[in-house]
Design a binder for this molecule. Structure first.
Ligand SMILES: [Zn+2]
Length: 602
């Protein structure tokens, strides 16, 4: 992994930066004992199971298993190569790396094909934009956009373009530049004809909206029709570089503003983001036609605490807002919901009213999550009807019990009491009853959904003794070179039962050939396999005794070997049965003897 940057340089970088400081840029960390804890940026959770060890300079998540050192943290979170991570950290630690960007560019782990996909998108984005803004061919499209309220600034900012009304322009444009048609088809830019294997352009005579990844690379397009053609928006298909479940539209441009305010506004579609940006909302983002995924949430967690959901106010929009809100709420975000008047989308609202009104009376006047739910559960109910009314009140009181702040609970209970002329005391009583009933249910469940730490511990407890013994041994081997050699000696050529554990030991032995002292973070850089890296980070976070006594050591080794013997006995027992079935009593007796010997040695 680190072939091109000298080992000493990497060592220097590692010395110069502190993993706690680096991770603090992305995750709120709190010290607890020797380690720091926070909400994991790699999976959605509301209870912190993400830990960082300043002593070992590593991180590990007990919830999803993510783990590694400061380099792997940046690589995974930012989706960048080792070299790029090293450069970022070197800059942070004021270390001169003496490699230029172009050489790291060519060393990126990204394959040639993926790079070609990115290059083709980049080229087309520029070309489409040029066609729209500067040419006669694009003039009608530009006029169309301006007529619909787009400004030249937003056309520039979002790099909007136009694709020619041609069946093979893009095909020719790309193949002339040596892009392989097969890969351009895989990139979703051209389509292969079934009957004769020739290609045609996917996007023709459409307004082109480029879709960027978080690093600002163009990875897909959405093409909007100028007329009545269907579909109104034609999107790139999912490709090796475009994964809808990971992409938030405009995140690359919005990130600084989101980080600064710790707030993001989530819109239903990317067109809403562009309209809202015109009204001065710069922290707008949208999913690409999918509902919110855990990957989206993990991305948002690195920059925001509060999410304002601003979806269309039609039935589908309200339902979608409710789902997104629940998902975000479970993940620990503060949620607000901005409601637009009946059936309008942001674009219509801004046109009909004004950007100021949109900022002030829609976004600025957004409801708390609880206030939204009070409206949400009211829909479709006839509150004049006593049955409906009681069901509704119970539903709302149930929601109120989920609030964590007493002041909030009190506020909404009063609101309900006033609206339905109920006694506040009896509502409070009802709230308490539901609260304790829910608590009881939770205690009954053995795996609460929001507590990954507990779940993970359970998993470990179920593992057999040898598994734990192997992990404890590895934990001690990671801490001491002496222990490593002692374990090797006692094993006398035998190996650990878990392949992954044995693989870690193989890496560790090689590491100690080159390094005199143990070093958790350096060792993690040494392992190329991500899964093994995660396991090592997990083992590093185990609590073990400082010293490994001879008794403890031999006990663990015994457990490891015992499992092997038990397997052997099982094998022999099957052979014994087979021998008996064939009435080969001499062989059966011999095998029986072997089994007895093995049993004795346990
Ligand atoms: Zn995690």
């Amino acid at each position: 992994m680190a072939d091109r940057i000298a080992e000493e340089k990497i060592e220097q970088i590692r010395q110069a930066v502190d993993i706690v400081e680096v991770i603090s840029d992305y995750v709120g960390l709190k010290k607890q004992g020797r380690n720091y804890f926070g909400l994991c940026p790699f999976h959605g959770e509301s209870t912190p199971s993400f830990s960082v060890s300043p002593d070992k300079q590593i991180f590990h998540c007990f919830g999803c298993g993510a783990g590694g050192n400061v380099f792997s943290f940046l690589m995974e979170l930012e989706g960048i190569s080792f070299q790029e991570a090293a450069m970022k950290l070197a800059a942070r630690g004021n270390i001169n790396l003496e490699i230029n960007l172009s050489s790291t560019h060519s060393e990126k782990k990204i394959s040639d094909e993926l790079q070609a996909m990115l290059d083709a998108h980049e080229l087309l984005r520029k070309f489409y934009h040029h066609l729209l803004v500067n040419t006669k061919e694009g003039q009608h499209a530009l006029e169309y956009l301006l007529g619909r309220g787009f400004t030249l600034e937003s056309i520039e900012k979002f790099q909007i373009g136009y694709s020619l009304n041609s069946w093979d322009f893009v095909y020719k444009f790309l193949t002339k530049r040596d892009f392989s048609p097969e890969w351009m088809e895989k990139a979703g830019l051209i389509i292969k004809r079934e009957k004769d294997g020739t290609y045609f352009d996917r996007f023709r005579d459409r307004i082109m909206f480029p879709i960027f990844n978080r690093n600002g690379n163009t990875i897909a397009f959405s093409g909007r029709t100028l007329g009545a053609d269907e579909p109104k928006y034609l999107n790139s298909p999912e490709t090796a570089i475009f994964n809808k479940s990971k992409i938030l539209y405009n995140y690359n441009l919005a990130k600084p503003s989101i980080k600064k305010s710790q707030q993001a506004v989530l819109f239903e579609g990317f067109a809403d983001v562009i309209s809202a940006d015109r009204a001065g909302i710069e922290n707008g983002i949208a999913t690409m036609g999918t509902s919110l995924t855990d990957d989206h949430i993990a991305l948002l967690r690195t920059s925001a605490q509060t999410i304002t959901i601003c979806y269309d106010s039609d039935k589908a929009g309200i339902e979608a807002a409710f789902r997104a809100g629940n998902h975000l709420n479970d993940a620990g975000f503060q949620i607000k919901v901005a409601l637009m008047p009946d059936g309008m989308d942001p674009d219509e609202y801004i046109k009909k009213n004004s950007p100021e009104k949109f900022r002030g009376e829609v976004i600025g006047a957004s409801l708390t999550w609880m206030a939204f739910k009070i409206l949400y559960f009211r829909r479709g109910k006839n509150l004049q009807n006593e049955g409906d009314r009681l069901a509704y009140i119970e539903q709302i009181v149930k929601e109120i019990t989920k609030l964590t702040k007493a002041v909030e609970k009190d506020h909404y209970l009063r609101q309900i009491a006033a609206e339905f002329s109920l006694s506040l005391d009896s509502l409070k009583q009802q709230e308490q009853q539901i609260y304790f009933a829910e608590k009881k249910k939770e205690i009954g469940k053995n795996e609460p959904k929001s507590k990954p730490i507990l779940v993970q511990k359970k998993v470990n407890e179920l593992k057999p003794a040898y598994y734990r013994a192997e992990r404890c041994l590895i934990a001690h081997m990671l801490k001491s070179r002496d222990n490593t050699y002692k374990v090797q000696e006692l094993l006398q050529g035998d190996t650990f039962n878990e392949d992954e554990h044995q693989a870690i030991i193989t890496y560790l032995l090689a590491f100690y050939e080159e390094h005199i002292n143990p070093d958790s973070s350096a060792f993690l850089s040494y392992i190329h396999d991500e899964n093994l890296r995660r396991i090592v980070a997990n083992i590093e976070m185990m609590s073990i005794n400082d010293e490994l006594s001879h008794q403890e050591l031999t006990d663990y080794i015994k457990q490891v070997l015992k499992h092997k013997k038990l397997l052997k006995i099982k094998e022999k027992e099957a052979e014994l049965k087979e021998a008996e079935r064939h009435s080969d009593f001499r062989l059966a007796a011999a095998i029986g003897n072997e089994i007895n010997q093995l049993r004795k040695s346990l």
